[in-house]
Design a protein around this ligand. Structure first.
Ligand SMILES: [Zn+2]
Ligand SMILES: [Zn+2]
Length: 247
């Protein structure tokens, strides 16, 4: 995810290689070019290309102390360390991290600039009570809706992996995300569903569940695709519409 405010552009997570990122963003007439890269946790789909991207863009890497201990990110420069709950500045953005339960030390990130705010919460097994407060006053929320429980348990994953995904240190199901969406305050303008499983979910199921949760809420609902670009914000260019899971 790219977050941009004033003169600062921040890349959040680095699971895609440089060429893929550049190709996808170019289709939406965007460039990557971050001032900094922040990695939420030590899973490959979030950190695999952190060193490559950091070197290429000469952009410092930010990680939590727990993530630094969990994984060898590589790269020539030591990462900068942030702590939970204490806001810190990256250029024009103020970033606040909140620890959330996952099977690697994980954080939800909140970004504030000049009265505007956004927050990201993916890769969490359950919703900690503090998350609602962490989201308070946020206009734009990027929230995991990882799996449909019935699809997960009937699906092809081995049993241990099903238990992991469904567990309280795994990922949010559509039903759990439904519960979270029900608790949002009225100031939220945009909700983007993130991190949908290609195996254990469908865009239709995730969307239907979220639509029901937001039935009397004025927020716009979007679904993010790993194969294309979703833009949010007044000045953001509108990318071409892409299929969520191209066949
Ligand atoms: Zn993930
Ligand atoms: Zn993860």
């Amino acid at each position: 995810m790219l977050i941009e405010a004033a003169g600062t552009r921040l890349l959040v997570d680095a699971g895609l290689p440089l060429a893929t990122l550049q190709r996808q963003l170019a289709r939406a007439h965007l460039t990557v070019q971050p001032n900094a890269i922040i990695v939420t946790h030590a899973h490959g789909d979030h950190c695999r290309h952190a060193a490559e991207l950091s070197e290429h863009f000469q952009a410092p890497l930010y990680v939590s102390e727990a993530t630094r201990r969990s994984v060898r990110l590589g790269g020539r420069r030591a990462p900068r360390i942030f702590g939970p709950r204490t806001p810190f500045a990256i250029g024009d953005l103020t970033v606040t991290a909140l620890t959330v339960p996952h099977d690697a030390p994980q954080v939800s990130l909140r970004f504030d600039h000049d009265g505007k705010s956004a927050a990201l919460a993916t890769d969490l097994g359950e919703v900690p009570p503090e998350l609602i407060e962490h989201f308070a006053g946020c206009e734009n929320l990027f929230i995991e809706s990882n799996h449909d429980s019935d699809m997960l348990w009937a699906g092809p994953y081995p049993y241990h992996l099903k238990r992991r995904v469904a567990g309280d240190h795994g990922h949010l199901s559509n039903a759990q995300t439904h519960g979270l969406l029900r608790s949002l305050d009225r100031g939220v303008r945009t909700v983007v569903l993130m991190h949908l499983s290609q195996t254990n979910n469908t865009p239709e199921l995730a969307r239907a569940s979220a639509v029901e949760a937001l039935c009397d809420h004025p927020a716009t609902l979007l679904l993010a695709s790993q194969f294309g670009v979703t833009t949010v914000g007044a000045d953001a260019p509108k990318p071409p519409q892409l299929e969520l899971f191209p066949r």
